[in-house]
Design a protein around this ligand. Sequence first.
Ligand code: UD1
Length: 420
Amino acid sequence: MEKLIVKGKKKLSGVIRISGSKNATLPILAASILNKNKIEINRVPVVKDVITMVELLKHIGSNIKFDLKKKKIFIHNENRKLKTTAPYKLLKTMRAGVIVLGPLLSRFKKAKVSLPGGCAIGSRPVDIHLFVLKKLGAKIKIKNGYIFAETKKGLVGKRIRLPSISVGATENALIAASYARGTTYLSNCACEPEIQDLTNFLKKMGVKIKWIGNRKIKILGSQNLKPTIHKVMFDRIESGTFIIAGALTGKRLKVLGIETKILKKEISILKKMGVKLKVNKNDIIVLSSKNIKPVSINTQPYPGFPTDLQAQIMVLMTRANGISKIKENIFEKRFMHVPELNRMGAKIKILGDSSFIYGPQQLNGAEVMATDLRASVSLVLAGLAAEDRTIINRVYHLDRGYEKLETKLRKCRANIFRKN
Ligand code: UD1
């Protein structure tokens, strides 16, 4: 099994170009199921989850090509009959696969989609996804680990309030409603920038969608969709990860290809911690930052601080002069990186849904185990800041969501390589 070896304490300097967003690409690919015309998607990140979603679409019969060099996906499904089953073997490693349920059901009036596999960061049920689809007119049964959904006369627009905020359920509902008859009003929606990107893609296909404030969407469904070209937005979690890497070990690190107005919360918290940032419209320069200050943060749905950056900022908090606190509000078991960071010399205590980080502590290298996507990158960050050598096992988690992480870091003088 592959491992990453990091030799710490190298000062990072140079330029890092951010890839397209994984979490925007996945629902956009799912939404392609609605359209039989030509689709071209640009700036697609070459990461394992996207490759799995492409395999899933191929499995159902989609005529889809992924040009890995150009990072482009082409889809053309005219005169193709698509299957409506998404099997366990493709959903077990990628929970987001469940977002094909809405489009399959909406377009073909039936779908059989595996319940997603278990997840290290908590139970992650799909009840809200099913709730909204039922409201749109689906009959749903769960049997043998599969969701069986059907709608005799097709989905019909409705006024629906999501019982709680969910990114995936908002996406499933938005895509399904885009092909339903009539108008749907969704309220209490997630409003992550990736959902805005999905909205832009659906609008280009010809669906009339209007956001009313932050959490309400009006969707006028259409079955008459158009050929579409779309460029995926930047990956805001990858951006945050590299900005934190710069804050931890940087001399002068420039993070390019982003929209800083989307990163307001992250920037304000890093500034509060004393990180020296030069913020421009489409890039950020992170300068050598000493005297890091402790802060208290809560993970929240957008526009709050993202749970997907919680593990990374925790590493920076080990540097702060005092006690920092993180309250994790989104996932129940998302402190799996804490014991590993403690093995590297951090002093972090978990109390219920909160972690207390006692700084400053100098981290030192150790052999550690990655447990999920964002936890594994936090161990890379810890390795970059630590004395001596860190060995990170189970790096396949990292490959699910980070494009060329080591290459990008090596270009900025990090000493990091992969070994079998
Ligand atoms: C998405 C992101 C993930 C991010 C998360 C929160 C993708 C592919 N993944 O995941 O990186 O960490 O948003 O920002 O975009 N819940 C239910 N029932 C449901 C659905 C969700 O109880 O039917 C709960 C979850 O267990 C969790 C919370 O709601 O506690 C939020 O989950 P959700 O926003 O749905 O996350 P994902 O869409 O799975």
